[in-house]
Write a protein that binds this ligand. Structure first.
Ligand code: SF4
Length: 124
């Protein structure tokens, strides 16, 4: 059985300390002031996820790097591997904001997408 864990809820400035405790009847959550904190702590306890942001190399553009992010939160256990994979990607300009750079990035179920337009000039 996993141990009891505490999380600081990041959903509002109150920053409640929320505790998730395993027990015979399942997980018990305490310390939250609202349902968002309960959901946040349960997600962090059972399946923590993060949106990955970074840059990839781009050819033929006014800038050497294209900013990218995953279009959804990916399992935290995949973040290191996915971040390392960014260094192996090179795209060709022009690229549109929102364009999928890699579908199902690192097997995460989320796509890697461009977060800005980029072409030979700063604006397309
Ligand atoms: S549990 Fe609710 S009130 Fe507390 S920090 Fe999270 S969102 Fe804010």
């Amino acid at each position: 059985m996993n141990p009891k864990r505490e999380f600081t809820c990041i959903n509002c400035p109150l920053s409640c300390t929320v505790t998730v405790s395993p027990g015979e009847a399942g997980l018990t959550v305490s310390g939250h002031e609202c349902r968002r904190g309960e959901e946040y702590a349960l997600q962090e306890y059972t399946d923590p996820r993060r949106v990955l942001t970074g840059t990839v190399a781009v050819d033929g553009a006014a800038l050497p790097r294209l900013p990218v992010k995953t279009d959804g939160p990916i399992p935290k256990t995949l973040v290191r591997e996915a971040a390392a994979a960014l260094s192996r990607i090179k795209v060709r300009a022009p690229v549109r904001c929102g364009e999928i750079i890699v579908a199902n990035f690192a097997g995460s179920g989320s796509n890697l997408v461009a977060t800005r337009d980029l072409g030979p000039d700063l604006d397309l």
